[in-house]
Design a binder for this molecule. Structure first.
Ligand code: G6P
Length: 367
């Protein structure tokens, strides 16, 4: 069937704007909002009996997996091994019996991800797939499928599939935590309530588009951009840099903020904007000291934060993009939106082919 752009300039823009709705569909597939619980469809493994999970994927799907590592480890006390599929498939990672493996893929056809899945299949551990295309090879070869209900994604750079992958993984982390007894019924209820508010915050994030468009115009004047973040904002920094380089062709790198002093600080000058993704969470003050290091070297900071964060940062920025204060568990899902919009608007100013960037394919089915 045909999917059209409606009144949007690009599929990517349309898909960014669909997020409140598709996130809502996806979350309600996994969470019972009335009961305040994660749903318990039967699984080919028992979260309570697992010692670890292995996660593998490529590109943006890998970064969704990387965010989920923080969730599974923090809430469910379940260790996660995660790697890009092109490494995973050749690493010969030992797979202890009490493991399960998750593969994250929009298309369900990515060659390296499929090869990693087959490696785990040969190791004899249960396999779960988080996929958007339910008729795909990866879905077919898995023991259980966790669909993302994003609908068809046309833009090569993944947007709504990413936030739906995060939604599924957050819901699974809550379920795992509940089944492992690492959160109480009360805490489960609280997390489910917080997750239920994601679409509302995503809608508010979309209202920042006019400001982000202006920031994108500025960003389009630069050749290099650095993204920094800590905790779950670290994968988000890498995702921001990935999106920007993919569609605007501006060189961008995403780093863990604490690694700044181990290399990238050497690059800081007034010609390299530094985008800092930092809601006021447990690691906020640490990130602020990294921003001070950037500011002291004349770096231009574009801070993506929340109300409380902008009040507490106490630093002169080039631009500050302010989201509402929100629960910590949903921040990675909601912060994806300004990050995507920034890449999108920068690319539009650059005049690139946003939906079909050069040299990239929507689905990489060869190695
Ligand atoms: C390509 C796409 C990316 C995507 C990656 C993984 O590189 O351009 O947007 O994240 O493949 O694709 P998958 O279908 O496995 O999620």
């Amino acid at each position: 069937f045909m999917v059209d752009k409606g009144n949007h300039r690009h599929f990517m823009e349309k898909e960014i704007h669909e997020q409140p709705e598709v996130i809502s569909h996806t979350l309600s597939h996994y969470l019972d909002f009335a009961e305040g619980k994660a749903k318990r469809e039967s699984l080919p493994f028992d979260f309570a009996k697992l010692d670890r999970i292995a996660i593998s994927a490529c590109g943006t799907a890998y970064l969704a997996g990387l965010v989920s590592k923080y969730w599974f480890e923090r809430y469910a006390r379940l260790p996660v091994d995660i790697d890009v599929a092109s490494e995973f498939r050749y690493r010969e990672m030992p797979m202890p019996k009490a493991s399960a493996a998750f593969f994250v893929s929009q298309s369900g056809e990515t060659a390296d991800t499929l090869a990693s899945l087959r490696y785990c299949r040969a190791e004899g551990i249960p396999i779960g797939a988080i996929v958007n295309v339910q008729e795909s090879t990866i879905a077919r070869e898995s023991d259980c499928v966790f669909p993302t209900l994003a609908g068809p994604e046309i833009g090569v750079a993944s947007t709504k599939a990413f936030t739906c992958q995060l939604s599924v993984l957050a819901a699974l982390a809550v379920r795992a935590a509940s089944e492992r007894g690492t959160i109480s019924a009360q805490e489960e209820k609280q997390l489910v309530r917080e997750l239920s508010e994601t679409p509302r915050y995503a809608t508010q994030a979309l209202k920042l588009e006019e400001q982000i468009d202006r920031v994108g115009r500025k960003l389009s004047q630069y050749k290099h951009v650095l993204y920094l973040g800590r905790g779950t904002n670290y994968p988000m920094a890498v995702e921001g840099a990935l999106k920007l380089k993919e569609i605007s062709y501006i060189h961008a790198e995403g780093y863990a903020a604490g690694e700044l002093k181990h290399g990238p600080i050497a690059l800081i000058d007034r010609d390299m904007p530094v985008i800092v993704i930092a809601p006021h969470d447990r690691v906020f003050d640490k990130t602020v000291s990294n921003m001070q290091e950037v500011a002291a070297r004349g770096g231009k900071i574009i801070l993506i934060t929340d109300k409380e964060g902008s009040r507490r940062a106490g630093i002169e920025t080039f631009e500050t993009i302010v989201l509402p204060d929100m629960p910590e568990i949903i921040a990675p899902i909601v912060y994806a939106l300004p990050v995507q919009m920034l890449a999108y608007h920068t690319a539009v100013f650059m005049g690139t082919d946003v939906d079909q960037p050069r040299n990239l394919a929507k689905s990489v089915t060869v190695e």
